[in-house]
Design a protein around this ligand. Structure first.
Ligand SMILES: [Zn+2]
Length: 84
């Protein structure tokens, strides 16, 4: 079942809801008790399955590398190997 993200246009409250494709979109905001919920286009479930691990991988590998691009890196060969 896909997860849908909703955001209240009235108070800005955000929530995620597990819904069937056939379910009607939610409109009732539990925070302000108004009918202000709007379904967000970016479904969290698909997002996590699709690109989530890429983002995590990128973060884990991310090293301070600005020096490499400016000729000031003491381990230039290692940097070149890592960035190729
Ligand atoms: Zn609200």
């Amino acid at each position: 079942m896909p997860i849908y993200e909703y955001k209240c246009s009235d108070c800005g409250h955000e929530l995620e809801a597990l819904q069937k494709m056939s379910d009607d979109p939610l409109t009732h905001c539990p925070a302000c008790e108004k009918e202000g919920l709007v379904k967000q286009m970016s479904a969290a479930g698909f997002h996590l399955k699709g690109t989530g691990w890429y983002a995590t991988d990128f973060k884990n590998k991310k090293a301070p590398e600005p020096a490499c691009g400016h000729g000031g890196c003491a381990a230039a060969s290692a940097c070149a190997a890592a960035s190729s």
